[in-house]
Write a new protein. Structure first.
Length: 336
C-alpha cells in the first residue's frame, strides 16, 4: 500500500493505561481515486513514530467494494522498509518488481522486504465483495536496510487458548513461533480473537514495546477500555498483559518489538536516514517512470549497491505507476 496522505495531521490521545502507555486515535486517510477507499491510520503520530520497528499502521473496512472501488493501488516504490498485509475478509493480489506475484487471504500474511528498492502494486481480487484488513510497515535497521528485495507468504496454524484463538504471523507468542524472517531485532504481529466475556493473560517480552489495535467488539486492556479502531501503546518493561472481552466477540491485532534505537527519515513511501538520501530515492523513481528527467539529487549521489533501475524492471501491460509528490519546501527531519 502507498501513503497518499497529502497533508498528514498527526494526533495523539493519551489515556490512563499505565505509566508511559497511551491511546493513539485513528485519522481517516483516503487512498485516492474517484471513489477513494478510506483507511484509518494510527501510526505514525506526532508524538509516537515507532512501536519497535513498526512505523505505519493502516486499518480499513469492512469496505463494500461495489461502493468504494476497493483497493486499487497502482505500482509505487519503497525503500528501507517492509510491508505486512493482513486480511479479515476479502483478498488482495500483489505484484512486485522482484518477480513475486501472490494473493493474501484471511488468516495469511504477505511480507515484502523493500530493502534497497522495490516497486509493487496491490489490487482487490475480482471475487472480493467486502474488504477488511490491516497493512503495516516496519523500518529495517541500518544493518539490513540495503538488502536485496524479498517476499514471504505464510499461513500460521491457529492456536486455541483459554477463551481465545491466536494466529502468530510474525515473531513468537504463547509458544507459537512464525518462520517468517524479518531482518530486524525481535518483532511481533499476531491476531487475537476472544470469545464474549473471555479474559486472556499473555506473557510479553519486557524488552519490547507493544501496541494493541482493536478491530471489533469491546475490549478492556488492564481494566481500561480501548475504543474501537484505536491503537493502545504499551512501553517496554511489561512482562504480561490482561485483555478482557465484553459481551461481543473481540478481534484485535497485537504488534511489538524491541525499540529500533535509530533515527529514520520517513517520507511518502521511502525510509532513509537523511533528507538528501530520501531526495535521491525520489529522483531515481521519477526518472525510472519518465515523470521527470534524470538529474543528480540534491546533496549528490547515494551509492548503496542498488542496481539500475533501482525500482524495476516491471511487467508490461500493468496500470500506470504513481508519480511521487513534490518534496516539501523544508528539510525532512529524522525521527525515532
Amino acid at each position: 500500500m502507498t501513503n497518499l496522505e497529502a497533508r498528514p495531521q498527526e494526533i495523539v490521545c493519551a489515556e490512563a493505561l499505565g505509566a508511559g502507555a497511551a491511546l493513539l486515535a485513528p485519522r481517516d486517510v483516503p487512498l485516492g481515486g474517484p471513489r477513494a477507499m478510506t483507511v484509518r491510520r494510527t501510526l505514525p503520530q506526532r508524538d509516537r513514530s515507532l512501536i519497535g520497528a513498526w512505523c505505519f499502521v493502516d486499518h480499513y473496512g469492512p469496505d463494500p467494494v461495489a461502493g468504494s472501488g476497493g483497493m486499487r493501488v497502482a505500482r509505487h516504490p519503497h525503500t528501507g522498509l517492509a510491508t505486512v498485509s493482513l486480511l479479515f475478509t476479502g483478498g488482495i493480489s500483489h505484484l512486485d518488481s522482484a518477480g513475486h506475484a501472490a494473493e493474501v487471504r484471511p488468516g495469511e500474511v504477505n511480507l515484502m522486504i523493500a530493502g534497497r528498492g522495490i516497486s509493487h502494486q496491490e489490487f482487490s481480487t475480482p471475487d472480493t465483495d467486502l474488504l477488511h484488513g490491516v497493512q503495516l510497515w516496519y523500518a529495517l535497521p541500518e544493518a539490513t536496510r540495503h538488502l536485496p528485495p524479498g517476499f514471504e507468504h505464510h499461513t500460521p496454524e491457529p492456536v486455541t487458548l483459554d477463551g481465545a484463538v491466536l494466529r502468530v504471523f510474525i515473531g513468537a507468542l504463547a509458544g507459537s513461533v512464525s518462520p517468517v524472517v524479518t531482518h530486524t531485532p525481535p518483532l511481533l504481529a499476531a491476531q487475537l480473537d476472544l470469545r464474549p466475556g473471555a479474559r486472556l493473560v499473555l506473557d510479553l517480552d519486557p524488552a519490547c514495546e507493544h501496541g494493541v489495535l482493536l478491530d471489533a467488539g469491546r475490549l478492556s486492556l488492564e481494566g481500561a477500555p480501548v475504543p474501537g479502531d484505536h491503537l493502545a501503546y504499551l512501553p517496554p518493561g511489561r512482562g504480561s498483559v490482561v485483555l478482557e472481552a465484553g459481551e461481543e466477540p473481540v478481534r484485535a491485532l497485537l504488534i511489538g518489538g524491541e525499540p529500533l534505537g535509530e533515527q529514520i527519515v520517513m517520507w511518502w513511501n521511502f525510509i532513509g536516514r537523511t533528507h538528501e538520501e530520501v531526495a535521491s530515492y525520489r529522483a531515481a523513481w521519477q526518472a525510472e517512470i519518465g515523470a521527470e528527467p534524470a538529474a543528480p539529487p540534491p546533496g549528490g549521489s547515494y551509492d548503496d549497491g542498488a542496481p539500475h533501475p533501482r525500482f524495476g524492471p516491471y511487467p508490461d501491460g500493468q496500470p500506470a505507476p504513481l508519480p511521487a509528490p513534490a518534496l516539501p519546501g523544508v528539510q525532512l527531519r529524522p525521527r525515532g
